[in-house]
Each structure stands twice: as structure tokens, then as C-alpha cells.
Design a protein around this ligand. Structure first.
Ligand code: PEP
Ligand code: MN
Length: 338
């Protein structure tokens, strides 16, 4: 159920409605938009005195929410959510590039890539310190040592930095080091992990799972938001299909639909979708054209000798060409690539 009011409603009036809802033992989700102010009622709404709320002259209407994901749904929050990470804005006019190596391998590697990206104008840096690998014998990441390097890169270059968390026991530590936390495709429905990142004060990049439907993906975001963290950025990274020519199939067709269903920013990872370099520049351009709010791209100083995902990472030099091309596509759709 949502309470719809005109945007001219006062804080005192909002507080009064919140008080009625909270006294009934329910939670609220407030969204102040350009046209309307909306209070979402979270919980068993039969417990709320609906007549009392309807009787207030500044309440326009009381409406049921059609979608089962309440905080994530655009019904509860008609305007796009813009997530500001140290001045880098996701979900607004800017299309944000997050680039960097698949994994943090050494301080030297990280600074080489980060400095090259910074020089190009990229604002956000990715690197994993915990790696979800198919084989237990493959490189598993540098763990906390890697997190320290990631933080150092952030501090010395001014880039905002993100990394993946895989284990509930690491959430607090990871949140201490990075500006954004990433939940990878293998953990999209790890509900305990989602609840844990929902308790920290850092934006979360939430990938779709290898075989999650859009509904399941949005419910995963709801888990995070329901714990109090409103800053979720969805990331489409491809789904597993019968087609072996690419590692996964990038599901670009859902981007405009997901953006209708939710107010959250939606970015695209064309690298883990394709698994090989060749189609990635075209996929990245297509992602910008269909309305993605950002891209997550793997850039490595020496892709051939990378410790993971060798086939899908770009050298900074090759990425610069793609980056310049993407700027033109962004302009063509009335946006700005940063
Ligand atoms: C990653 O981005 O480092 C990653 C492992 O991707 P995914 O979770 O999409 O496989
Ligand atoms: Mn990777």
C-alpha cells in the first residue's frame, strides 16, 4: 500500500502519517519526487487505520502496490534513484564507466591500470580481492592484502573503488576498504549475504544470477533494501543459455523493462557475459543505446598473463578506443559518459 500526496506536503504532515503507520507496528519507505510525495507502507497493511489516513486533507489517495517487491518498485518511488558515490552519480544523466582488472594481482599491476584509466577520464575502478572460481585450484584472490591495495589505489588516484564480497564474514571488512560493494552472479540469491550488505552504509552493485529471472533479481535487491540500505545498483551480466559461442548471453532486452519496473540504476557488464573480447565493444555500445546507466568493464595491463579471465580483458590502450566510441553513443542518446 502506498500513500500518495502532493509534493507540497510539509515535513510535519509526513511525520504525522509515519507516526500512524509506525504505531501500528509497520515500516515506511518515503520517496519525495518531483511531482508527488509517496509513503510506502511495509508490512501487514490491514493493521493500519486506513480511514484515518484517507481522512487527512493532504492525502490524495491510498493505493495498493501491484508489485511484490515494494521498496525496489517504481510504484513506490516514481523518480529515478540517483546514487552519489563521492560525487560520481549513478542513475542520473551520466553513464558511469567502472573499469579495472578482473582481480587485484599486485600493487604494481593495479596502479598501472588505475593510472591509465584515470588519465582517460574514467572515475570508477573495479578489482576483486575475493574470486569465485570454478576450480578450487585456480587463483582465489589476494583477500585482505588485496583490499588494502584497492584502498591505496582509491586514495592515491581519487578514483572511487569497488570490489566483490562473497562471504557474510567478510562484509564488514570489505565495507571498510571500498566505496562500493559488489555481489557477484554466484551470490545473487545468497540471502544471508544480501541481508548483511543491507546493513552496511555502502552502495551495492547487485548482479543478476546465472539463472535468475528478473523477478528473482529484483527480490534480491529488495532483501538488501529491506535491511535499510537504499543504495542498490543492478548489474546485468548475462544469463546461461544453450549458446556456446559466448560464455553467457547478454540479456539486453530486459534493460528497458527493468528500468520501468524499478527506480534503481541499472548497469551492464558485457565482459562476463561474452567471455571473449571480440563482441564486447559492440555489446557495450548496445548497452548504452538501450538505456544502461553504466558499464562494468575489465581492463588489465597484461591480459594474456592475467590470473583470471584472460580472454575478456582489454589493455588500457585498447579500452581507450572503446571508451571514446562509447562517448559518442552516449551523446546520441542524450547522455554523458564519464
Ligand atoms: C566479476 O565481476 O568479477 C565477476 C566474477 O563477475 P560475475 O559475478 O558476473 O561472474
Ligand atoms: Mn572477471
Amino acid at each position: 500500500m502506498i500513500v500518495v500526496m502532493n509534493k507540497s506536503v510539509t515535513q510535519e504532515q509526513i511525520d504525522h502519517i509515519v507516526d500512524i503507520i509506525e504505531k501500528a507496528g509497520l515500516k515506511v519507505h518515503i520517496s519525495k519526487g518531483t511531482e508527488k510525495c509517496i509513503i510506502g507502507i511495509i508490512g501487514d497493511e490491514r493493521k493500519v487505520d486506513q480511514d484515518k489516513i484517507m481522512g487527512l486533507d493532504y492525502v490524495e489517495k491510498l493505493m495498493p502496490i501491484q508489485k511484490p517487491y515494494r521498496r525496489v518498485s517504481r510504484e513506490a518511488h516514481p523518480d529515478n534513484t540517483v546514487i552519489d558515490v563521492k560525487g560520481v552519480k549513478f542513475g542520473g544523466k551520466d553513464i558511469v564507466i567502472i573499469a579495472g582488472p578482473c582481480a587485484c594481482e599486485s600493487e604494481e599491476q593495479m596502479f598501472e591500470v588505475a593510472n591509465a584509466l584515470k588519465k582517460m577520464g574514467v572515475k570508477a575502478f573495479r578489482a576483486s580481492a575475493y574470486k569465485p572460481r570454478t576450480s578450487p585450484y585456480a587463483f582465489q584472490g589476494m583477500a585482505e592484502e588485496g583490499l588494502k591495495i584497492i584502498r591505496k589505489v582509491g586514495d592515491e588516484t581519487g578514483l572511487i573503488v569497488e570490489t566483490e564480497v562473497m562471504d557474510t564474514r567478510d562484509v564488514e571488512t570489505v565495507a571498510k576498504y571500498v566505496d562500493m560493494i559488489r555481489i557477484g552472479a554466484r551470490n545473487t540469491q545468497n540471502f544471508d549475504l544480501l541481508k548483511e550488505v543491507g546493513k552496511v552504509n555502502k552502495p551495492v552493485i547487485l548482479k543478476n544470477g546465472l539463472a535468475t529471472t528478473v523477478d528473482e533479481w529484483l527480490f534480491a535487491a529488495e532483501y538488501i533494501m529491506n535491511e535499510g540500505n537504499p543504495n542498490v545498483i543492478l548489474c546485468e551480466r548475462g544469463i546461461r543459455t544453450f549458446e556456446p559461442l559466448t560464455r553467457n548471453t547478454l540479456n539486453l532486452s530486459v534493460i528497458p523493462l527493468v528500468k520501468k519496473l524499478t527506480h534503481l540504476p541499472v548497469i551492464v557488464d558485457p565482459c562476463h557475459a561474452a567471455g571473449k573480447r571480440e563482441p564486447i565493444p559492440a555489446l557495450a555500445k548496445a548497452a548504452v543505446a538501450v538505456g544502461a546507466d553504466g558499464l562494468l568493464v575489465e581492463v588489465h595491463n597484461d591480459p594474456e598473463n592475467a590470473l583470471s579471465d584472460q580472454a575478456q580483458q582489454f589493455t588500457p590502450k585498447d579500452f581507450e578506443v572503446i571508451y571514446k566510441d562509447l562517448k559518442k553513443v552516449a551523446e546520441a542518446v542524450g547522455r554523458k559518459l564519464v
